[in-house]
Design a binder for this molecule. Structure first.
Ligand SMILES: [Zn+2]
Length: 102
């Protein structure tokens, strides 16, 4: 298992660039180890995160509700290299999601 990616580079990428303004408040944004399997949760590709995998988790308050947004390791890798490939790998991950949901 596993792709290797730079955790800080991943965090430096803003997954919601240009998509702010709904009054959400970011509580935390960090790379964590999955304590259990999270099925079909990736915000980018819709994929699953397996127990023990390092992945990015953002905790935000939206309309008074606490919401955790997760990104699978493959998408974290795409985010981490987005400064080098102009976001092409990232875009490909987004397209994966679109294709899965016609
Ligand atoms: Zn993903």
């Amino acid at each position: 298992m596993g792709v290797v990616w730079n955790e800080q580079d991943c965090l430096d990428a803003d997954p919601f660039a240009g998509d702010f303004g709904d009054g959400e408040v970011l509580l935390s944004d960090k790379i964590v180890t999955a304590g259990k399997r999270h099925a079909n949760v990736c915000n980018i590709c819709g994929g699953s995160i397996e127990q023990g995998e390092r992945h990015r988790a953002r905790v935000e308050v939206w309309n008074g509700r606490c919401v955790t947004t997760r990104f699978c390791p493959q998408c974290c890798a795409a985010m981490a290299i987005s400064f080098e490939d102009d976001g092409r790998a990232w875009e490909a991950r987004v397209n994966l999601h679109r294709e899965a949901r016609p």
